[in-house]
Design a binder for this molecule. Structure first.
Ligand code: ATP
Length: 365
């Protein structure tokens, strides 16, 4: 199979899912649909419930209430091995006494798949994960990235409709992690399996996913494409969890045409994205990403501007980070792409900072 494009056919459907451990409510009102062929990441801080949600899909935990369907069938009564699902664990759980080939072949052997078919399926899968040349190495003789490939091959050789991956790259260093993310995307496209991927790393989630499911304290707070979640966070939590953002506080009022006016110590800002309740002034924050800001005078009606003093400058190769304090006393950061020969302001300079109005969004604190 080589689709590489997710369909709109629902494969996993959870409705009003609740999970309690004793008195502790680990998951609340989970409504989630994952389509066939998608890569979906469950993202959120430690302890928010990502692994619990994945273990429920795998069948290692049961919902306290609510329903879970896979491929249109209620799976509540199905044990893990009867679900069209395979899981790759953080520590891979490979057999050290078997070589790469036999590790990948193990599941097929248990299922009684004939020797010749087993051989050709394992060989094809080792080719997909680019491990054919190491088929006869033992697990102790492999690097972390190679173990990860074997674990993927072992799970995928069974032809699961869904592959569940629980922080599979956590044990690898940054360079290998980035490489494995690209590999994982390629492998997913080749096999067409649906990937559900747990991580607390927002970069991993954004690089890998078709859609990100953001979870906070057991509740789904937003499900979106990475770009939409980054540029249009619906909550302050989402804005702060994905990337970095500047938050300018003030009192906001909405007009009947949908325009919002935020009164701040640096003057008023008119904003169209986000929402505040109608009537009166409400405490709100304006979120603007540091890379959306630049040092220039306002060029048009489409821009916002304020004056600020540079407190600190951090050079970081391709980019520089400026720490500033506005005239109104608000601290924020500007990120600038470094170009050879470009003149940039320095510490102590008063500057005009400008950004497009449509890069600002109003959020509730
Ligand atoms: P991490 O990123 O640290 O792995 P997570 O988002 O995957 O975190 P979970 O492992 O799903 O979080 O745990 C969610 C909450 O449920 C945590 O507060 C955890 O302590 C609790 N929890 C998980 N399993 C159990 C259990 N078997 N009994 C009691 N509480 C549990």
């Amino acid at each position: 199979m080589n689709r590489g494009i997710s369909s709109e056919t629902p494969l996993i459907e959870m409705s009003n899912g609740q999970k309690k451990f004793g008195l502790f409510q680990a998951l609340t009102n989970i409504d989630l649909t994952i389509n066939e062929g998608e890569i979906v990441t469950l993202l959120g801080p430690s302890g928010c419930g990502k692994t619990t949600l994945m273990r429920i899909i795998a069948g290692f935990e049961a919902l306290s209430s609510g329903s879970l369907k896979i491929d249109g069938k209620d799976v509540a009564a199905l044990p893990p091995e009867k679900r069209p699902v395979n899981m790759v664990f953080q520590r891979y759980a490979l057999f050290p006494h078997l070589d790469v080939f036999d590790n990948v072949a193990y599941g097929l052997k248990v299922k009684g798949v004939a020797r010749e078919e087993r051989r050709s399926r394992v060989q094809a899968m080792l080719k997909t994960v680019q491990m054919e040349s190491l088929a006869h190495r033992f697990i102790g003789e492999l690097s972390g990235g190679q173990c990860q490939r074997v674990a993927l091959a072992r799970a995928l050789v069974n032809g699961p409709r869904v592959l569940l991956l629980d922080e599979p790259l956590a044990a690898l260093d940054l360079k290998i992690r980035q490489h494995m993310l690209a590999e994982m995307k390629r492998i997913q496209m080749e096999t067409g399996a649906t990937f559900v991927y747990v991580t607390h790393d927002q970069d991993e989630a954004m690089i890998l996913s078709d859609r990100v499911v953001l979870i906070d304290r057991g509740r789904i707070v937003q499900v979106d494409k990475p770009q939409d979640m980054y540029f249009r966070p619906r909550t302050l939590f989402a804005a702060k969890f994905l990337g970095e953002t500047n938050l300018f506080e003030g009192k906001a009022g909405a007009s009947s045409d949908g325009q919002i006016l935020l009164q701040t110590p640096d003057g008023p800002f008119d904003i169209t994205a986000g929402a505040v309740p109608m009537g009166g002034a409400h405490t709100a924050v304006m979120s603007v990403r540091p890379e959306a800001m630049s040092f220039r005078r306002c060029a048009s009606q489409d821009d916002h501007e304020l004056e600020a003093e540079i407190d600190d400058v951090i050079f970081s190769g391709s980019r520089s980070f400026f720490h500033l304090v506005s005239r109104g006393g608000q601290k924020f950061r500007v990120q600038v792409q470094n170009l050879p020969g470009a003149e940039l302001p320095g510490t102590g300079d008063m500057v005009h900072v400008c950004w497009r109005k449509d890069s600002a969004i109003i959020l509730q604190p």
